[in-house]
Design a protein around this ligand. Structure first.
Ligand code: NAD
Ligand code: MG
Length: 382
């Protein structure tokens, strides 16, 4: 169990749930960072008394500093602030709960300081998974997944030898538009897209869950976390989100992890691992549970999932370019600047337009990420 945590993205969905877990298990919070809901951040800081706080926006950070002038808390800003929160003395675990590729540099910096990474920010692994995993291995830093599917796979693989795994069965609910053909989704609004049937999440990941780009990002995340190839992962649609994912072993045994759909559980395990602590969450009640059903993904109806798996196979900078383009497109969609079905087009167009570089170093990856963002902004501006 870790001794103290830094939370990157403390006012978001995962950030707030992490604070609830930390308070429940009595885990001190050393640092908080956010870029939105500054009033909420102030309330968190007054309650949790971290040593350090960073607000990404410089002006907002200066204002925030004035607001909490009566407290003995250091305030930082920008990428420097995120990195300080991720690397400071007095924290041994960084919960990466920011949304998007902004999590990459602080995650690498935390790994260099051998902090445990409680990894929620999947875009980091999609963007630079090989570099992140290699660095973590070299430095001896643990990466414990927070994403519910990956936490499930991690738990199913506990005590197993690598050679015993036949394949990963990555489950996904199918989101709010499950089974609907692409042509019917032309006029989907942001409100409809963020209304997920089982999970309450931040806006970006909710849209990704609707397009199922989220499952595609998770496919790539799983490849990196568990050192497997695209052929070793099968996506399984399981609308009830009771099984959070499974592994099939070489002898045919399937091990699944089940639980109520509550991110608090994987968050808590990432902090207490290898220990387990009693939790405050609802328990699974088998007698009131409805059916558990399973379907194969219909890739014709799920172009984003197909694109992500294709990019996973292509490798190199393809996943990074796709994910960066998707991030910009989703934010444009949320601001009503882009139609729902254009999200796929923007992501696929970026991969085509920006091209793919194999064996890229970090600078090349960051340049590819920027080129993808530029492409979408320029090609899809209203
Ligand atoms: P969210 O949008 O609710 O919260 C994002 C947080 O990051 C906010 O506190 C925001 O202020 C902060 N932030 C954004 N940009 C920042 C910046 N530049 N500097 C500092 N802080 C910044 O997002 P979320 O739903 O909590 O998701 C966070 C991450 O966790 C994503 O990568 C997502 O894919 C992953 N994840 C989320 C869930 C979920 O249930 N919400 C599940 C699995 C994985
Ligand atoms: Mg997930």
């Amino acid at each position: 169990m870790v001794k103290s945590i830094s939370i990157l993205g403390c006012t978001g969905s995962i950030g707030r749930q992490t604070i609830a877990v930390a308070e429940h298990i009595g885990m001190p919070v050393a640092a908080l960072t956010a870029n939105s809901r500054i009033d909420m951040l102030e309330e968190q800081v007054r309650r949790l008394k971290p040593k350090f706080v960073a607000v990404y926006d410089e002006k907002a950070a200066a204002q925030f500093k004035t607001n909490i002038a009566d407290l003995d808390v250091k305030v930082g800003s920008g990428m420097e602030g995120l990195i300080e929160a991720a690397t400071m003395d007095g924290t041994d675990c960084v919960v990466t709960a920011v949304s998007g590729a902004v999590g990459l540099r602080p995650t690498l910096a935390a790994i260099d300081e051998k902090k445990r990474i409680a990894l929620a920010n999947k875009e980091t692994l999609v963007c630079a998974g090989e570099i992140v995993m290699k660095r973590a291995e070299e430095k001896g830093a643990e990466i414990i997944p927070v994403d519910s599917e990956h936490s499930a796979i991690f738990q199913c693989l506990m005590g197993r030898e690598k050679g015993e795994l036949r394949r990963i069965l990555l489950t996904g609910s199918g989101g709010p538009f499950r089974g609907r053909p692409v042509a019917e989704l032309e006029d989907v609004t942001p409100q409809q897209a963020v209304a997920h049937p089982n999970w309450s999440m931040g806006a970006k990941i909710s849209v990704d869950s609707a397009t199922m780009m989220n499952k595609g990002l998770e496919f790539i995340e799983a490849m990196h976390l568990f050192g497997v190839t695209p052929d070793d992962i099968q996506v399984v649609i399981h609308p009830q989100s009771i099984i959070h994912s499974m592994v099939e072993l070489i002898d045919g045994t399937v091990i699944a992890q089940l639980g109520v759909p509550d991110m608090g559980l994987p968050i808590q395990l990432a902090l207490t691992y290898p220990e387990r602590k009693p939790s405050m969450f609802e328990r699974l009640d088998f007698f009131s549970m409805k059916d558990m059903t399973f379907e194969a993904p219909d890739y014709k109806k799920l172009p984003c999932l197909k694109l992500a798996i294709d990019c996973a196979r292509t490798g190199g900078t393809a996943p990074c370019v796709m994910s960066a383009a998707n991030e910009v497109a989703v934010h444009m969609f949320l601001k009503n600047q882009l139609g729902y079905n254009r999200i796929y087009e923007a992501a696929a167009g970026a991969v085509e337009h920006v091209g793919v570089i194999q064996g890229a170093d970090l600078d090349t990856i960051i340049a590819a990420d920027e080129a993808a963002r530029r492409y979408v902004r320029e090609s899809y501006a209203k």
